[in-house]
Design a protein around this ligand. Structure first.
Ligand SMILES: Cc1cc2nc3c(=O)[nH]c(=O)nc-3n(C[C@H](O)[C@H](O)[C@H](O)COP(=O)(O)OP(=O)(O)OC[C@H]3O[C@@H](n4cnc5c(N)ncnc54)[C@H](O)[C@@H]3O)c2cc1C
Length: 485
């Protein structure tokens, strides 16, 4: 039997269930396919840096697959609805009876799979679908439960209880192909101009081998100090694996297992750095579970429906100042400039900027989520949406609405010397470690001379406005209950 393996957000050969099982089951050879679905990218307004990263990763994927004896065919389409036809054509060309792939969780992507599976079934081609998006397979997690978890801590407890060291702590062996199909691999088309990244992507070398060496470096260098260092953006002490995980150049399971091994296979005791990092990977699983349980979040909906009544603002000037890093709040501005110039932002700063956006500027969090989508090299729908709804207090296990980060105190705490701010806001370079967190409070003339903007909002008033809006929401809800609505 011959088969096609359809690659999507799994641009790797290691620990790739669809590829591994296809190689095991199909004795007469495999052909790999990647579909450049331009419509899907346009529709989602996917960051051009992530698209370029994918293009580069495909080069390495092609050579790793060729080493295994699997040609990679690259198909292009302007219309998602053409996917079944394109895949059926290639199946026919090589006489494939099966299509193997790993399931994607997002709504549009899952719908695309569905139309492909149905159309191919009509032609007698059967789909074999695997799961690689979660560390702990969904069915195993829910074996003895029906309702899903809305809070992270019990989720994590249940997760750890169901993680089996023997099964889930093992990675798949390297796939071995039994017969080689003689077919040339496609050469990679050039990136369409509308998707070309304006960023220099030097610090993001693409591909599986780079992801693996980043993981090894992090485990050796920073894992055991992760709990102490992870919140300080100036330290560069997190793994930066998110870009690779987002497009599947490495699997989350492989990352988790690497940390687990370093922690002597202990899941809930041992080194605190390793445990904290593993916990972050469990957060990734958690947001994927939310996506499966509440797919409405893919349709621009708040996880908590009642928060849709909040009177969010749509002020273009505020939005632009935030996007460009000109809010007059140095930690926010430095973070936004990091995003704009590198395609990535430190986790602590994502929380600060997202909360500032939704709670202080009181702009609709969906606009901020969209901007991150358009800029992030590590864009991952579930984590991005989860992070935004957490910050805006509209999501599951969100921060309580009355907890609003003060950018200045966050800055003093997590960038005490202002190293990070100085890197991205060079106009503030000469300010003292005290003044750099609030230039117009302590060094007004200097800040003005340097051309640094004044704060675009009054922090205290903006906080009060947000609290009042959330309180009004509670009153509306109470009235609805009272009136029996
Ligand atoms: C508003 C907001 C938006 C975000 N958008 C994204 C996004 O589009 N893509 C993305 O991968 N992450 C997103 N995150 C989560 C987190 O900020 C990034 O995963 C992290 O900064 C990536 O850097 P790292 O690889 O060095 O992470 P590390 O600290 O080394 O963590 C290891 C891995 O764990 C996972 N992880 C870590 N923190 C989280 C978290 N809070 N939620 C879910 N997974 C996590 C990531 O896969 C990460 O690569 C967002 C967070 C917020 C608050």
């Amino acid at each position: 039997m011959r088969a096609i393996v359809w690659f999507k957000k799994d641009l790797r050969v290691a620990n790739n269930p669809a590829l591994y099982h296809a190689a095991q089951l199909c004795k007469d050879g495999l052909v790999a396919v990647y579909l450049l679905d331009y419509e899907m990218w346009k529709q989602h307004r996917t960051a051009s840096c992530q698209i370029e990263f994918i293009f580069r990763g495909l080069e390495e994927l092609k050579s790793s697959l060729n080493e295994l004896g699997i040609p990679l065919r690259i198909l292009e389409t302007e219309k998602t609805r053409d996917s079944p036809r394109l895949l059926a054509e290639i199946c026919k060309q090589i006489g494939s009876e099966k299509l193997f792939f790993n399931h994607e969780l997002e709504l549009n992507e899952a719908q695309r799979e569905l139309i492909v599976v149905e159309a191919l079934a009509k032609k007698g081609i059967q789909a074999e679908i695997y799961e690689d998006q979660l560390i702990l397979p969904y069915r195993q997690f829910y074996a003895e439960r029906k309702d899903y978890f809305k809070i992270f801590t019990p989720f994590k407890r249940h997760w750890i209880k169901h993680f089996l060291l023997k099964e889930n702590g093992q990675l798949l062996p390297k796939p071995k192909v039994k017969t080689i199909i003689k077919m040339p691999s496609s050469s990679l088309p050039s990136i369409p101009a509308c998707f070309r990244a304006s960023l220099e992507l030097k610090s993001w070398p693409a591909g599986e081998s780079n992801a693996q060496s980043k993981l090894r470096h992090f485990i050796k260098q920073d894992l055991f100090n992760y709990d102490k260092q992870r919140d300080f953006p100036g330290l560069d002490a997190t793994s930066k694996l998110s870009a690779y995980l987002a497009v599947g150049m490495i699997s989350a399971q492989e990352c988790f297992v690497a940390a687990l091994k370093e922690n002597q296979m202990e899941l809930d005791s041992g080194n605190l750095g390793a445990l904290t990092w593993m916990s972050e990977l469990i957060w990734r699983d958690f947001y994927r579970h939310i996506l499966i349980a509440a797919p409405r979040i893919c349709m621009n909906r708040a996880y908590k429906p009642e928060t849709e009544k909040l009177p969010w603002l749509y002020d273009k000037k505020l939005l632009q100042a935030w996007q460009e890093g000109r809010t007059g709040f140095p930690i926010v501005d430095a973070a936004m400039r990091q995003l704009n110039t590198t395609g990535w932002m430190h986790n602590r700063l994502r929380m600060i900027t997202a909360m500032f956006f939704s709670k202080n500027l009181f702009l609709d969090w969906r606009l901020g989520e969209q901007y991150f989508t358009e800029q992030l090299i590590d864009l991952d729908f579930a984590s991005n949406n989860g992070g935004w709804q957490w910050s805006a207090s509209t999501g599951t296990d969100a921060v309580p609405y009355f907890r609003i980060f003060n950018p200045r105190t966050q800055s003093e705490r997590f960038d005490p010397q202002g190293e990070f701010i100085r890197r991205f806001c060079p106009e503030l370079k000469s300010l003292s470690a005290k003044a750099i967190h609030a230039p117009y409070l302590y060094a007004s003339q200097q800040a003005e001379k340097a051309g640094y903007p004044r704060p675009i909002i009054d922090y205290t008033l903006s906080r009060q406005r947000c609290l009042a809006a959330f309180k009004a929401l509670k009153i509306i809800k109470a009235l609805e209950v009272y009136r029996g609505e």
